[in-house]
Design a binder for this molecule. Structure first.
Ligand code: PLP
Length: 375
């Protein structure tokens, strides 16, 4: 059993992917080939955003999003403490101050209530300028953008969607990577839509923002690459990766997202009432970047991990350490605030195998191991 079966996926898409990659190699257009623009159009249409700008990876996508809105020293950016490191790392790279926020333990996503508290606190301290929220669609479930938009408006904050894990999810039919002022995603191989290396994208509805991003990602180019009007980055998506993604996006739209729902459904029917299973609020669809369950306590999770290991079932703990517990953030002013929900969840969360090629018998095997622990 695989945690995320990229080999099986490749086997299924084999003739198309090989053909697409070979075509790029024969064309010689390795940088900004036609496939890149084609992919951007397809991704914009899929998410429902006006524009998609591909880039080097999901971290760069966030960096570019902060750069295009001129987030800088003196600014405070609010981010959930329970996330992948990149969501917070980029804030420091921009020279701004990350302010960590606790999560809603049911969805694993940023808590609107804790966010309000954090913004009020930063305003009172009057040392930083509250500028932006980076909301994360953790494990594939979109954050509560209805509530977050209200808070962003109330405090005049920019709302950024980190949809690295959320691609494919939706809220009332509105797709992930279309929420807030600007959205980002990652095509790291293990994400819901992954390429064969690093890749990422930014989504916006503003033409001006799109134009600026096109410039920023190519050394701050003006009319061409050798006319440089601002300090930028080198952050393009390779044509070969775009070609791979075009094939994979077809499969993602045609059946992979559906199968992810099917796998989650098998897990749900096997585990409901036995352990904590992902809570999907009404109207929400998760892309299940991870299928994460909650055990009673740390000891029970240790036992389960041992049993799964013994039976050859791969599993992971996302995330053992929240941002406020990372060595790199030991001097962050918000690291001392205390984040009881994030800390509690980190002790009991466990991610199970999840991918579109998982078989029902495999899911049942995992469920029966978990049931044995509970008895
Ligand atoms: C993976 C991930 C990123 C970074 O994406 P890369 O392509 O690996 O740079 C950012 N945020 C979250 C929540 C992620 O899971």
């Amino acid at each position: 059993m695989q945690f995320n079966d990229l080999q099986e996926q490749y086997k299924n898409l084999l003739p198309e992917i090989d053909k697409a990659v070979l075509k790029v190699m024969k064309s010689g257009h390795f940088i900004m080939g036609n496939e890149v623009r084609e992919l951007e159009d397809r991704l914009a249409a899929y998410t429902g955003r006006k524009y998609c700008i591909t880039c080097a990876n999901g971290t760069e996508a966030l960096r570019l999003a902060l750069a295009v809105y001129d987030i800088k020293a003196g600014d405070a950016v609010f981010v959930p403490t329970f996330t992948f490191y990149a969501s917070a790392e980029v804030i420091v790279q921009a020279g701004a101050e990350p302010v960590f926020v606790d999560i809603d333990p049911r969805t694993f996503n940023i808590s609107a209530e804790s966010l309000k508290g954090a913004v009020e606190r930063i305003k009172r301290e009057n040392r930083w300028n509250p500028r932006a929220i980076i909301a994360v669609d953790l494990f594939g479930l979109p954050a509560d953008y209805c509530e977050l938009s209200r808070i962003a408006e109330e405090y005049n904050l920019l709302l950024i969607e980190d949809g690295a894990q959320g691609f494919g999810g939706s809220v009332d039919g509105k797709r992930a990577c279309s929420f807030g002022d600007i959205s980002t995603t990652s095509f790291f191989p293990a994400k819901p839509l992954g390429c064969y290396g690093d890749g990422g994208a930014i989504f916006t509805d503003e033409e001006k923002v799109r134009d600026m991003l096109e410039s920023l990602k190519v050394h701050g180019k003006g009319n061409d690459k050798y006319d440089n009007v601002r300090i930028g980055y080198n952050s393009r998506l390779d044509t070969i990766q775009a070609a791979v993604l075009l094939v994979k996006l077809d499969a993602f739209e045609k059946y992979e997202m559906e199968r992810r729902q099917q796998v989650a459904d098998w897990y749900r029917s096997g585990l409901e009432g036995i352990v904590g299973i992902p809570h999907i609020p009404k109207g929400y669809v998760s892309s299940y970047a991870q299928y994460s369950i909650l055990m009673k306590d740390r000891e029970q999770r240790d036992v389960l991990q041992g049993e799964l290991q013994e039976n050859g079932v791969p599993n992971m703990i996302y995330y053992k350490k929240s941002m406020h517990q990372q060595t790199a953030f030991r001097n962050n002013m918000s690291s001392y605030w205390g984040f009881p929900e994030a800390e509690r969840i980190a002790e009991i969360v466990l991610s199970l195998p999840m991918h579109p090629y998982l078989k029902k018998s495999e899911v049942e095997e995992v469920c029966s191991i978990i049931k044995r622990i509970e008895e």
